[in-house]
Structure formats: structure tokens, C-alpha cells
Design a protein around this ligand. Structure first.
Ligand code: ATP
Ligand code: MG
Ligand code: FE
Length: 347
């Protein structure tokens, strides 16, 4: 099967082509991405209406590009997959509308994909794909969850954030240090020149005994520290960034190890934008090699939103026996959609 995947849930337009056979990990043929980061930068965050309009401009040219890159034509596409949710309603509607229009015009089925399932399965696009079952640490801009994953669609949430997501903690801390948007990569870059022990910041819920997270208090502690520094902040930015990054990463790593212990599983998969974080990868690698646990990541450029993960999730669902691809082309999007609300495909 040749699957065209479209991602438009937030501020990146992504399109990709994945080829799947009856068995074996589906293969990425081509993918293209347009990030709106520059457009939103002036506002310090994503402006939903601007995002929707820009997706409209980008999605078809990107589709043409991935088809050309893979030496395929629209007529070769067997299934059109799109991000059905969660995300910004208007942005999701663009991808859904284009997918359904293409499906109707081509007489091919369309399949709505859960954005977080896309992130979760994105490590299957890497050269070293994982095997089920595994513990997943999903750390994106809007979500922070530990999951037990037994197969496609078989997800059990073990713990999650009770307030801000890890990505949000990076973004908000970066913003109040004046490091710009998106804050994760900027804060991490700044942290490289800093001393991570310079400031004592809280490790929220580290010893809570469960697998939940909380990052709102950390952000407040960073704000308090920044205010205390006043004029000195500029000179101490790298130290504060390093201390913030260390606090977030320590909690993520320790809770992941606790999830491994609780489930008895021997494999971890990291997914979502924060999975690109250098310190998280270093510390998780060290901890996992000590515990003799395998750890898998998406490729660096596929940690944040992209079309490849959407095409891959659709391919794996179809391979696992999902039948209900939509040929009524009634597109409905789900701006709010918990990951544990989706079910396994039935063969
Ligand atoms: P969701 O998937 O939950 O709807 P999202 O799609 O906005 O949210 P992603 O695209 O997965 O999230 O990731 C974006 C987040 O990842 C941002 O918060 C960004 O700051 C963070 N991020 C990206 N690179 C890094 C990095 N190197 N270090 C830390 N954080 C990072
Ligand atoms: Mg993004
Ligand atoms: Fe995302």
C-alpha cells in the first residue's frame, strides 16, 4: 500500500509517503515539511488563524513535492491519512479537508490518525525500530505521558502531567528568560554554556511514588529566580537555563526508570519534540545502559511534528488489520482527543 500522510495540527505542515507490505516495518519514501515558526515568532506563540491560513497555502505544494521525490503520482496513492486530532480546530480542518477532497477525487479511502499515536510510533521510522511491548515516554509541546504500549492501538497511560507539559516548561521558562520561541531548542543551546548546579530548582513530584508529572511549579520557581536576579539575569542566563534543563530532565529520566520497574519491561521508546533534547538523550542512555534496558528515539528531525509519523501510524494501523478507512469523506476533526480513547485495530 502507498499511503500519503498529512499533518496540520499546529504550526507545521507535513506531508509524506510511506509504503507498507503485509509484514515488516513500513518504509518512508519521502517527506516534506514547512514550519511556520518564523511566522509566529513575532507573536511569541502560535496564532491559530494564521496557522490555518498558512496550512492552506502549503499542503498541496508539499504533496506534489513528496510525490515527485518518490517518483509517484497521485493515482498511485492507495490511502490518504491525515491528523484528525488533537490540535487546533481550524488547522486540523485544513488537513482533513484536503485529505477527504483527495480521497473523493481519487476514489480512495481516507484515514484519520491520532496525532499522539503518530509521535508514539515515530521511532519506527528510524534505522533501529523498536519491538512491542515497551514503555513510552511521550514528551511533546502539549503532552507529557508515560505509557505501556503492547501493540498498535494498545496503549495504557501509566502517568501524565497534572498541569504543564515538559515542552511547555521549556517554552515558558525560555520565554521569561527572553530566549524566544520555540523555547526548547533555544534554552537547551543556552544551557550548554551554563552550570547546571548554579541554581537549586524543584524536582516536582520526583518522590510522589506514582508516575505523574507537574511542571507548573518549576516554571514559577524559574520566574522567581529570574526576578531575584534582576539586572544580573543577563549574565547568569546560561546558568539558569542549564539548571532548568537539568531539573526537567532529571524528573523525566527518574520517572521513566520507575515506569520500567513498575511494568517489568526492558525497552523504552521516547517520542515528541522534547525527545530531541541532548541532555535527555545523554542521561536516559546512561541510566538505561546501567539498567540493561534498550532505548529508542525518533530521528532528530522527526521528533517534532511531521507528516512521516502520520503516514507511518496509518500504515501500521492498516497492517494491524484496521478496516474502517472512511469512504464517505465526511471529515470530522477532534481538537481534544485523549490517546487512551483510541482502540486497537481489529483484524
Ligand atoms: P503535541 O504533540 O502535544 O500536540 P506539539 O506538536 O506542539 O504538541 P511537538 O512538535 O512534539 O509538540 O514538540 C514541540 C515541543 O518540543 C516544544 O515545546 C519545543 O520547545 C520542544 N523541543 C523541541 N526541541 C527541543 C529540544 N532540543 N530540547 C527541549 N525541548 C525541545
Ligand atoms: Mg510545532
Ligand atoms: Fe506534536
Amino acid at each position: 500500500l502507498l499511503i500519503l500522510g498529512i499533518e496540520s495540527s499546529c504550526d507545521e505542515t507535513g506531508v509524506a509517503l510511506v509504503r507498507s507490505a503485509d509484514t515488516g516495518v513500513p518504509v518512508l519514501l519521502s517527506h516534506a515539511l514547512h514550519s511556520q515558526i518564523e511566522m509566529h515568532q513575532a507573536y511569541g506563540g502560535v496564532v491559530p488563524e494564521l496557522a490555518s491560513r498558512d496550512h492552506i497555502r502549503r499542503v498541496l505544494p508539499l504533496a506534489t513535492q513528496v510525490l515527485t521525490d518518490a517518483g509517484q503520482t497521485l493515482a498511485d496513492v492507495d490511502v490518504v491519512a491525515y491528523t484528525q486530532g488533537p490540535g487546533l480546530a481550524g488547522a486540523l480542518l485544513v488537513g482533513a479537508g484536503v485529505a477527504c477532497a483527495l480521497g473523493a477525487a481519487l476514489g480512495k479511502p481516507v484515514l484519520g490518525v491520532h496525532h499522539l499515536e503518530g509521535h508514539l510510533l515515530s521511532p519506527f521510522l528510524s534505522a533501529d525500530p523498536p519491538e512491542f511491548p515497551f514503555v513510552a515516554l511521550l514528551v511533546s509541546g502539549g503532552h507529557t505521558q508515560l505509557m505501556r504500549v503492547d501493540g498498535v492501538g494498545r496503549y495504557e497511560i501509566l502517568g501524565e502531567t497534572i498541569d504543564d507539559a515538559a515542552g511547555e516548561a521549556f517554552d515558558k521558562s525560555a520565554k521569561l528568560m527572553g530566549l524566544g520561541y520555540p523555547g526548547g531548542p533555544a534554552l537547551s543551546r543556552m544551557a550548554q554554556q551554563g552550570d547546571a548546579t548554579a541554581f537549586k530548582l524543584p524536582r516536582p513530584l520526583l518522590h510522589s511514588g506514582d508516575l505523574d508529572f507537574s511542571f507548573a511549579g518549576l516554571k514559577t520557581a524559574v520566574l522567581t529566580q529570574a526576578k531575584k536576579l534582576g539586572d544580573e539575569l543577563e549574565a547568569r542566563k546560561a546558568d539558569l537555563a542549564a539548571s532548568t534543563e537539568a531539573a526537567i530532565v532529571e524528573v523525566l529520566v527518574k520517572k521513566t526508570l520507575a515506569a520500567l520497574k513498575q511494568t517489568g519491561l526492558q525497552r523504552v521508546v521516547v517520542a515528541g519534540g522534547v525527545g530531541a533534547n541532548r541532555l535527555l538523550r545523554e542521561q536516559l542512555n546512561t541510566a538505561c545502559s546501567k539498567a540493561r534496558v534498550r532505548v529508542h528515539y525518533p530521528e532528530l528531525h522527526l521528533c517534532t511534528d511531521n507528516g512521516a509519523m502520520i503516514a507511518m501510524a496509518a500504515a501500521m494501523r492498516l497492517q494491524a488489520g484496521q478496516q474502517q478507512a472512511n469512504t464517505a469523506y465526511a471529515f470530522d476533526v477532534k481538537p481534544r482527543w485523549p490517546l487512551d480513547a483510541i482502540t486497537a485495530p481489529v483484524a
